[in-house]
Design a protein around this ligand. Structure first.
Ligand code: TRP
Length: 373
């Protein structure tokens, strides 16, 4: 059996560099590798609604933004089926059956759910009289819905960030439980993590944990060159590196984390001029040499930031140009989504039929049952 990819994003904002290095860039490579029989990329609007029920407009507006980010980053609708989650209602039905194969206690132990509940301030003490918000049931159950997203397409491979590992583990458990309780129709997926440590969890421009819209520390794929440069200039480096001549620290230095994630050998020649100034000049041929010089002292943060901004803009420029083209014809982008959704729906309907058959709840297709004997 061929390998199948399913992955996706919640449409709660434009995609940023964290998404790009954490999964988007990889998806495009996987898409073009020819190793996969089918590729499904889902805009997870229903999942986004699990904690945005009071703001469907935000989700609605961001569907097109995420689609534009996908296409401009190089996802090709000829090779990848890009679709909208809520427009495939089969996924919801699968979720309803899978819910019976998972316990409340197991969901409560899911580390990602735990962490996200805490981040959103959902509280045990919530009731009608307090202004504390409780956890929406739909939100609590989203790992189950995610298992439906994956299994509906018999996905073997889920390219995603480290934070999604507990989701995939939970999905595998559901698959095993389903296959042993009924009959083996579902496929156990594997997560495909980013291959570079810096890409696993790209920090925000403030050096804080993760890039996140709510922390305002993101560089978006759709940012202009000026915005990118300004954000890089404002990045955190080594607070102990006060004078250019001081030895600097590379570990925990956000600019170096970004260089680890984005810098490629060809950038040293292409942007050699970033390391030339009236006061000092360097010729580097690898990131290790840059790091050694920074540790030794003499290499200023400004040079380093100019180099990073040049690299980021070099990577983002073609993406921006494609986005500008695509934005001229929004109906065509919706047409891509409509076609993708149609194709995804066929696939999910096929799996749902097998699931119902396996559970023997496909009553009207069961001559023995109908005959009454
Ligand atoms: N949870 C993912 C996110 O927050 C989005 C998502 C929904 C997903 N369903 C999925 C990712 C299935 C991988 C597989 O970005």
């Amino acid at each position: 059996m061929g390998k199948i990819i399913l992955t996706g994003d919640r449409p709660t904002g434009r995609l940023h560099l964290g998404h790009y290095v954490g999964s988007l860039r990889r998806r495009v490579e996987l898409q073009n590798s020819g190793e996969f029989e089918k590729i499904f990329i889902m805009i997870a609007d229903a999942q986004a609604l699990t904690d945005n029920a009071d703001n469907p407009e935000k989700v609605r507006q961001n569907i097109i933004q995420v689609a534009l980010d996908y296409l401009s980053a190089g996802l090709d609708p000829e090779k990848s089926c890009i679709f909208i989650q809520s427009m495939v209602p089969e996924l919801t039905e699968l979720t309803f059956y899978y819910m019976n194969l998972v316990t409340v206690q197991r969901l409560q132990r899911n580390p990602t759910v735990k962490q996200e509940i805490q981040m959103r301030g959902f509280s045990e003490e919530a009731d009608e009289n307090s202004n504390k918000k409780g956890t929406p049931v739909g939100f609590f159950c989203y790992p189950i819905s995610q298992a439906s997203d994956i299994t509906a397409f018999k996905a073997t491979t889920v390219p995603a960030g480290e934070d999604q590992s507990p989701m995939i583990e939970q999905c595998r458990e559901i698959v095993r439980r389903f296959n042993s309780t009924y009959s083996p129709v579902l496929v156990e997926p594997e997560i495909l993590l980013p291959d570079n440590q810096a890409c696993m969890r790209l920090p925000g421009t403030d050096g804080k944990a993760k890039m996140s819209k709510s922390l305002g520390n993101c560089i978006y794929l759709s940012d202009s060159a000026e915005e990118v440069t300004a954000k890089v200039k404002g990045m955190f480096t080594d607070p102990g590196h006060l004078q250019v001549s001081d030895p600097g620290k590379v570990e925990g230095n956000t600019v170096f984390t970004y260089l680890d994630a984005f810098c490629r050998p060809e950038h040293f020649e292409k942007f050699a001029s970033c390391f030339v100034s009236k006061k000092s000049s360097f010729t580097f041929t690898s990131l290790d040499e840059v790091k050694a010089q920074y540790r030794q002292g003499g290499l200023g943060d400004m040079m380093l930031k100019n180099f990073l901004a040049a690299i980021l803009n070099d990577i983002l420029e073609p993406i921006r140009a494609r986005r500008a083209e695509l934005e001229k014809d929004i109906p065509a982008v919706f047409e891509v989504l409509r076609k993708g959704t149609e194709c995804a729906r066929k696939e999910a309907a096929q799996t749902l039929e097998e699931v119902r058959h396996s559970m023997r709840i496909d009553y009207f297709n069961d001559p023995e049952l109908i005959s009454g004997k």
